[in-house]
Design a binder for this molecule. Structure first.
Ligand code: PLP
Length: 354
């Protein structure tokens, strides 16, 4: 079932698919879906940064502009997840993440748009100032359940779902990061969007580089690459996991997604390209490295990247350019996955580092 809040549909009929293989295949229209975002997201070059780094040509795909209370990669995933929640008759969605979770903020905004209640289990210390994503969570009406940093989040989510059921609600649990086969299918679809843009721009991309954490984005991209015949590399910069763990996680989700979309391919962890050199102090621990990258991207291109995900991934990209990992004539696409409202949650830390 496809529900449109915005008007029009991105899905193609059987007949249209035959005419143009780069439009979204029929299999996607079999998934529950609701339109929540603004697509296609822009794709453009970063000429001043390219020149300053004296390396490959750098391009950017702007999934920070998807909409839903400032945008990000979860908008695509939530179009399918909220679609399924509605199809199952849910009246409430719940999910979990860190206090400054972009995923939670986007889920809260998606729920508001779809007329669903939203409960968020947020892990961390009570902030002295409600700001960044947490501020937006409250603004869009989510109910926040703050839990101690060491809490087992899966158990906390299950317990909350049970409580909501006993209160007479119909809850739908959205996994951490929206990363299951349904959420990842959205990024397989996004590869069709990208291929259309590349065709139109007559552009070949050799590397797609982006922040990878709960694995859904990367899983979807690799499945979409298989479906569209994309020949470049898909390089996830790990934000918080050792390469082996992230490769296994991505391969697992990718296999579930391939199954869902009838893609005859088995993914092995060794097929998944991950760089874990930029984890630094761990999840959410911002250092000078991320701040320098944030400043470089902002000051050369007027583009904002965040301290936790995209700033870390961009720091990795800049370092790889400096190490001559890419050839000068290669085209590298940074897939911006959002997170910009998280910047405000780090105002104090940015001041300390400045
Ligand atoms: C801004 C941003 N970029 C990247 C990611 C990582 O995406 P994934 O969890 O699909 O690996 C997240 C996840 O929360 C995010 O918020």
């Amino acid at each position: 079932m496809v529900v449109s809040l915005i008007g029009g549909s991105r899905f193609q009929s059987h007949e249209q698919v035959k005419e143009d293989i780069m439009t979204l295949p029929y299999v996607f229209s079999q998934l529950d879906h609701i339109e929540l975002g603004f697509f296609p997201t822009p794709l453009h070059s970063l000429p001043r940064l390219t020149q300053a780094l004296n390396g490959p040509n750098i391009f950017i795909k702007r999934d920070d502009q998807t909409g839903l209370a400032t945008g990000g990669n979860k908008t695509r995933k939530l179009e399918y997840l909220i679609g399924q929640a509605l199809a199952q008759g849910a009246d409430t969605v719940l999910t979990a993440g860190a206090v400054q979770s972009n995923h939670c903020r986007q889920t809260a905004a998606a729920a508001a748009r779809a007329g669903l209640q939203c409960h968020l289990v947020l892990r961390g210390e009570r902030p002295s100032l409600i700001t960044g994503n947490t501020l937006l969570d409250q603004l869009v009406g989510a109910k926040i359940h703050l839990v101690a940093p060491k809490t087992d989040m899966l158990t906390a989510l299950e317990e909350l779902a049970l409580t909501l059921k006993t209160e007479g609600h119909h809850p739908y649990v959205i996994p951490y990061g929206g990363s299951n086969s349904i959420g990842a299918a959205a990024y397989a679809a996004a590869m069709f969007e990208l291929q259309d843009q590349l065709q139109e721009m007559d552009l070949r991309i050799d590397y797609i580089v982006f922040a990878s954490s709960s694995g859904g984005t990367q899983s979807g991209l690799v499945v979409g690459a298989e479906m569209t015949g994309f020949e470049g590399h898909i390089l996830g910069i790990s934000v918080d996991k050792k390469a082996g763990a992230l490769q296994s996680l991505v391969a697992d989700i990718a296999n579930g997604t391939a199954d869902l979309l009838d893609v005859p391919r088995i993914f092995n962890p060794r097929d998944i390209l991950v760089n874990d050199n930029y984890i630094g102090g761990g999840y959410g621990v911002m250092s000078q490295v991320e701040l320098n990258a944030m400043r470089q991207v902002a000051r050369f291109e007027g583009v904002l990247v965040d301290p936790v995900y995209t700033g870390r991934a961009f720091a990795g990209l800049i370092d790889l350019v400096q190490q001559k990992y890419f050839k000068r004539d290669e085209n590298v696409l940074f897939w911006h996955t959002g997170g910009t409202s998280g910047i405000f949650g780090y105002a104090q830390r940015i001041a300390e580092l400045s």
